[in-house]
Design a protein around this ligand. Sequence first.
Ligand code: SF4
Length: 511
Amino acid sequence: MASSAISATPTSSFIANQKDLGRFGFSSTSQFSIHKCKKSVIPMKIMSVMTPQQSDRRPATTGSVKTALTLTEKILARASEKPQLIPGENVWVNVDILMTHDVCGPGSIGIFKKEFGENAKVWDREKLVIIPDHYIFTSDERANRNVDILRDFCMEQNIKYFYDIKDLSNFKVNPDYKGVCHIALAQEGHCRPGEVLLGTDSHTCTAGAFGQFATGIGNTDAGFVLGAGKLLLKVPPTLRFVMDGEMPDYLLAKDLILQIIGEISVSGATYKAMEFTGTTVESLTMEERMTLCNMVVEAGGKNGVVPADSTTFKYLEDKTSIGYEPVYSDAKASFLSEYRFDVSKLEPLVAKPHSPDNRALARECKDVKIDRVYIGSCTGGKTEDFLAAAKVFLASGKKVKVPTFLVPATQKVWMDVYALPVPGSGGKTCSQIFEEAGCDTPASPSCGACLGGPKDTYARMNEPMVCVSTTNRNFPGRMGHREGQIYLASPYTAAASALTGYVTDPREFLQ
Ligand code: SF4
């Protein structure tokens, strides 16, 4: 699949071609030298190679040979208390944070009790974070029962971080309630560079944005971690994605990750770490880095990671008092493959039904009539995602032509939507702009219809509709109806599409 990086796809100009690479690689070397991640500079001969190369790394023959490590390998070496390790090796990793939610928490708790005993205590009551978020605002009894099980367990175990919701009629009277786990983890300061964060959710990889190892695990593994605080993990080899060039102002990180997944396919990073570097990545905000890492699992990635830098440290300033120690890839670390991108050449993208790698230019889909737009989820329901959508509505001055649903990821995002002024609006908030554009009123924060959910879930696709969505998966049935069609897109593209009733390139309104 890697050879598609130089195939004549509609978006192939985004990838620097062989000729460009020599020039591109040369200039980026000097840029790297002034940034923290200069530790990950690779030899020029590799930078000039277009197609991914197989690693020639071999296991050390003696215990004293020191091998250069990637960022992911370094975190796992430290967490397993080993001076060296190699990709493919199985190591017992000490876990810094385990997260679970209402869908997988009850099952994990059941396994923990079965294997460790009814009266067993979790390994560390301050390292377990339990976040109800998936099926919250529903009358479905089984869904509600799941939250009750979490509550009982947290009381029994005196769990410090349980973000509970008791009154479903009004989320605002539940000050502990946060919303979507991956965004709440970041906002509540549970994501820290250099640490290991595991969660019973495939999009736990989102936290890799903080320069940490973060990945999803199953209920059985989580049950074991609950009792032991560690897990046997196979060290993944690392793919490196170097993104340079000025990001056009009609693009968002969602476009970058859709480009990458379209390039390497939904299996292109199976059980591999995806490390994102380059001047474009360095310029991204933390929320945008989270979008990038959020979807690595759609390429099969074990984890995604962005080297921590001043942007990371600033974000963390008022969120955690726990010390952390960032790590970086060694200059001579071996990467299984490397992909280079000139972001300045990229255009707004979508992933057509029914796969996140079914990439197309948004403008190529301009004849696709849509029935609705959904802006929400851990991928596209953050504060900056709503600011981006509001920017498009503001620029157009028009009303939406299809129902447009807004589901803030967390309670904090919801408050931002109602409080933060949108730049260039004369002080209007997102919520005011959305109302003027005719969108639905922002809903209670949760996973909402991203995962379909019970029939009464807000904005669930109960009919075979066509939806442009800022979520991360467009498999059949993902948002409800099995015959629904989901076009994954950035908040810019989603908002532009809402204004026309067709899949629309946001440049139609932003230029
Ligand atoms: S918002 Fe969607 S992708 Fe994210 S955790 Fe919830 S269901 Fe999963």
